[in-house]
Design a binder for this molecule. Structure first.
Ligand code: 0O2
Length: 267
């Protein structure tokens, strides 16, 4: 099995096997101008992060458990999670529109999303002692669909949490506030596990909310975590912990300045 690409055209989810070229040939040129445009280099519409999900199935055969026997079901199930991400993007887009048209400030700086790769799913299941299967992944993992919302300020993060809680059909299953209670290594973010309706199903989505500064720190720290051989790992971790603390202080000061500028606090 090769690389699979999920493409959303309007509300339709389309699976693309192996390459855009095969796909464009299958579905016809006229109906999906978008894809043919990419293939034919007509530049009809740009492909954006929001409407293309690439899932790499190339390593599937060598994965532990019975994923390789369930390849088709795995692919379809991941497609449902990809749809859940699309639903979240739509909801966030609608919120943004509503705020902007009401002349209200939008607390969203950027939205990133991803569907966990089969390799990473299998690794996480095996690492936690669970069976590696589609059934087990649906039951045991909450972060197959992940959406990250990046906000300018700490207050914005909490405002976004409130907006998410009020969204139609969205249910909060659990939350972790690593902003009020940072992890020992300095990690700060607000995590929510949401359940959202997708066609006839409900699907779990992990939403991570953080500020620009928290995102900056987490990306650097994430790199360290996945570096196989690193010299002075302990020292770097300590330096990162100190940076996290400095960023926290700076962010809190910036937040106070913002409150003064917006008239919420006396200057
Ligand atoms: P990846 O590669 O980002 O997907 P859970 O993993 O949700 O079943 P856990 O471990 O209690 O259970 O979850 P937690 O603490 O809420 O963390 C979930 C995700 O938050 C992680 O997913 C990371 O994306 C992010 N995260 C948590 N702690 C850290 C940290 O110390 N540093 C960084 N950079 N990110 C962190 P994964 O699956 O671990 O990783």
């Amino acid at each position: 099995m090769g690389v699979t690409v999920f493409i959303f055209l309007d509300k339709d989810l389309i699976f693309v096997h192996d390459s855009f070229i095969d796909f464009a040939g299958d579905v016809g040129y006229n109906k999906y101008k978008y894809i043919s445009g990419v293939r034919m280099n007509h530049n009809i519409e740009p492909i954006t992060e929001e409407n293309v999900f690439v899932l790499d199935f190339t390593g599937l055969g060598s994965l532990p458990g019975d994923f390789s026997e369930e390849a088709q079901l795995l692919q379809e199930t991941l497609g449902v999670y990809a749809q859940a991400i699309r639903v979240m993007h739509d909801k966030l887009g609608a919120l943004k529109h509503e705020l902007v048209t009401s002349n209200l400030r939008c607390p969203i700086e950027a939205v990133k999303s991803r569907v966990k790769t089969p390799e990473s799913i299998a690794g996480k299941l095996a690492g936690r002692g669970f069976e590696v299967s589609v059934r087990s992944m649906v039951r045991n993992l909450d972060d197959i669909a992940g959406v990250r919302i990046i906000c300018p300020y700490i207050d914005d993060v909490y405002q976004m949490v409130a907006h998410l809680q009020e969204m139609d059909g969205v249910q909060v299953l659990s939350r972790k506030d690593y902003i009020r209670s940072p992890k020992p290594n300095g990690y700060r973010s607000y995590h929510l596990i949401l359940e959202i309706p997708v066609e006839d199903n409900t699907v779990k989505v992990e939403v991570q909310l953080r500020t620009i500064a928290m995102d900056y720190w987490a990306s650097v720290e994430h790199e360290l975590k996945y570096k196989k051989s690193i010299i002075n790992g302990a020292q770097i971790s300590e330096e990162l912990r100190i940076c996290a603390e400095e960023l926290r202080k700076t962010e809190e000061t910036m937040q106070q300045i913002r409150r003064k500028i917006s008239g919420m606090l006396p200057a």
